[in-house]
Ligand binder design. Structure first.
Ligand code: NAD
Ligand code: ZN
Length: 248
């Protein structure tokens, strides 16, 4: 363990272009359920049946009820050591960017600046008919909320199953993955494309991957180092180690 952390710290400090790819697991220790754990269920629905354009067409109110349930959890959540350590690494100029599949905004709350949101943000809503977008200051009470410009239904500005990713964010993610000489892959099951393909770009370029996930993924055997631990626990040790090196 101690050995592994030292290797990781050396890889991080020796890197020229460090990028992180994060998924729901990075926020799990902040109390935000992942989709695939049992805590992710709401009224016995699977997220795969709610986060879809079809579900919204059938019952926009129910989909908004699910999102406001999640917003209440996210509103109370604080960034954990993983978010905080990644923000510190950026401040030190070591970490160049975070590519995240999360919609909770916790990386930004921890102080990270260069965050590429592949799946949108739960605190934004957009019109289903016109170009109106809104940043939600509070959790909508009157649901489904309506567009202030044209009166049509607003929807959460997140990517649903079966929908394409925002082009600009996706292009940036491909660019960063190609440029990275080291990628930290944290708390993602790598079951959702195209995000799952990003670490494989790094490997194809003969660059290095550190995976942090208590469970095995399709990447685990190919990664340079795989850490079978929780994200916050791991980053607490990593950043403490880096601090100690700085103080000596
Ligand atoms: P996912 O596919 O990213 O899977 C979660 C992964 O995190 C699993 O591999 C699991 O082993 C790992 N994990 C669990 N606890 C961990 C911990 N403490 N430390 C490190 N890793 C841990 O996410 P998903 O839940 O299957 O969701 C799919 C989609 O929905 C993604 O876009 C996801 O980001 C999004 N989602 C976002 C949030 C959020 O914004 N916080 C929450 C749920 C789902
Ligand atoms: Zn509108």
């Amino acid at each position: 363990m101690e050995d592994q952390i030292e290797k990781i710290v050396n890889l991080i400090l020796d890197s020229n272009f460090l990028v992180a790819l994060t998924g729901a697991g990075v926020s799990a220790e902040s109390g935000i359920p992942t989709f695939r754990g049992k805590d992710g269920l709401w009224k016995k629905y699977r997220p795969e049946d709610l986060a879809t354009p079809d579900a919204f067409k059938r019952n926009p109110r129910e989909v908004w009820e699910w999102y406001t349930w999640r917003m209440k959890i996210i509103q109370k959540a604080k960034p954990n050591y993983a978010h905080v350590c990644l923000a510190e690494l950026e401040k030190k100029g070591i970490l160049k960017a975070i590519i995240t599949q999360n919609v909770d905004g916790l990386h930004q709350k921890a102080g990270s600046k260069n965050v590429i949101e592949l799946h949108g943000n739960i605190w934004r809503a957009r019109c289903t008919q016109c170009d109106y977008k809104e940043y939600l200051q509070t959790i909508p009470q009157d649901i489904p909320p309506k567009c202030k410009k044209c009166g049509s239904l607003l929807r959460p500005d997140v990517v649903w199953f079966g929908e394409p990713l925002p082009t600009e964010a996706l292009n940036m993610a491909f660019y960063l993955s190609n440029k990275a000489d080291l990628m930290l892959v944290v708390g993602t099951s790598l079951l959702v494309q195209p995000a799952a393909s990003l670490p494989f770009i790094v490997l194809k370029n003969n660059n290095k991957i550190i995976e942090i996930n208590p469970n095995e993924t399709i990447l685990s055997k190919k990664a340079t180092i795989t850490v079978r631990m929780k994200a916050a626990e791991t980053f607490k040790i990593i950043c403490k180690h880096i601090e100690e090196l700085n103080n000596n």
